[in-house]
Design a protein around this ligand. Structure first.
Ligand code: FES
Length: 275
């Protein structure tokens, strides 16, 4: 659980995105695209889920990419090469369904770009024609452009402020891709409003659209019920039933409400810790 390497991928406008290479031979040997780990920075800390961005079984390492947002992610982003995590559990959750869908469109927003990267690699290996659309608020917060450019058949970059790529939201580029030819799969990860917008964009076309939800989690193994989401009218646990679900079936309003429940407490505890 030692941090073998740390790289700051983005640090701008109060947002910091950090890449950590962590020693974890058992997880590296088993993790598949779409799966995640739950980690603790220190004994009295909370448990935080993070997608496994890369797993190298031969080196026994996994790569995690984290945006410093709440207390734990800020503490994690402040750790140094050589530090050790208190605990690390995984791989958790169902792996992404990887098969030849024909043409797939992957949509990543913000740090969600890190989560579409392993899926892009796996879908490309399965013979798909892979198009990726990635977006960020501004150029300095864009991550993994080179890596995704080297993995996919086509890549479109969008920034909210037009400082790089095209100005606008990822859903504008997605509409253009849908108009070209109906893909076999749209796969989206990013902030909840972005995934909801992707869901609304593809709904009328009936395109199979998968989202990976970043629901609140505690144990990550189906025991606490903290990560429950309503999907197609049924209660599901993100950690063991997901984290991926058909986008049009997700109750987005409920999920957004649940994910904002602890915002004030999070800000308060960050202030107490001078973070
Ligand atoms: S995190 Fe506890 S049930 Fe999913």
């Amino acid at each position: 659980m030692k941090i073998l390497d740390k790289e700051i991928l983005a640090d701008s406008q109060g947002a910091r995105i950090v890449k950590l290479t962590v020693q974890s031979p058992d997880i590296a040997a088993k993790a598949k695209a779409g799966q995640f780990v739950v980690l603790m920075v220190k004994e009295e800390g909370e448990r935080t889920p993070l997608t496994v961005v890369q797993a190298d079984a031969s080196k026994g390492t996994i790569v995690l990419i984290v945006q410093a947002a709440g207390l734990t992610t800020k503490l994690l982003a402040n750790m140094y090469k050589g530090d050790s995590l208190y605990s690390l559990v995984g791989p958790l959750g169902h792996a992404t369904e990887i098969k030849n869908f024909g043409r797939v469109v992957l949509v990543g927003g913000g740090v969600g770009i890190a989560e579409i990267y392993p899926v892009a690699r796996a879908l490309k290996s399965a013979g798909n024609h892979v198009t990726a659309i990635i977006g960020s608020r501004t150029k300095d917060l864009l991550i993994l452009e080179r890596e995704l450019g080297g993995t996919t058949d086509a890549l479109t970059v969008m920034t909210d402020d037009g400082s790089y790529g095209r100005k606008g939201f990822v859903t504008e580029a997605l509409k253009e891709e849908l108009a070209k030819e109906k893909p076999g799969l749209v796969y989206a990860v990013g902030p909840l409003p972005m995934m909801r917008a992707v869901s609304e964009t593809t709904k009328s076309s009936g395109v199979h659209t998968v989202v990976s939800l970043n629901a609140l989690m505690v144990d990550g193994t189906g025991m606490c019920g903290c990560c429950r989401v309503t999907v197609a009218g049924q209660v599901k646990f993100s950690c063991i039933d997901g984290p991926e679900f058909e986008a049009r079936d997700v109750d987005w309003q409920e999920l957004m409400k649940r994910n904002s429940v602890y915002c004030e407490q999070e800000k308060h505890i960050c202030r107490l810790n001078n973070l």
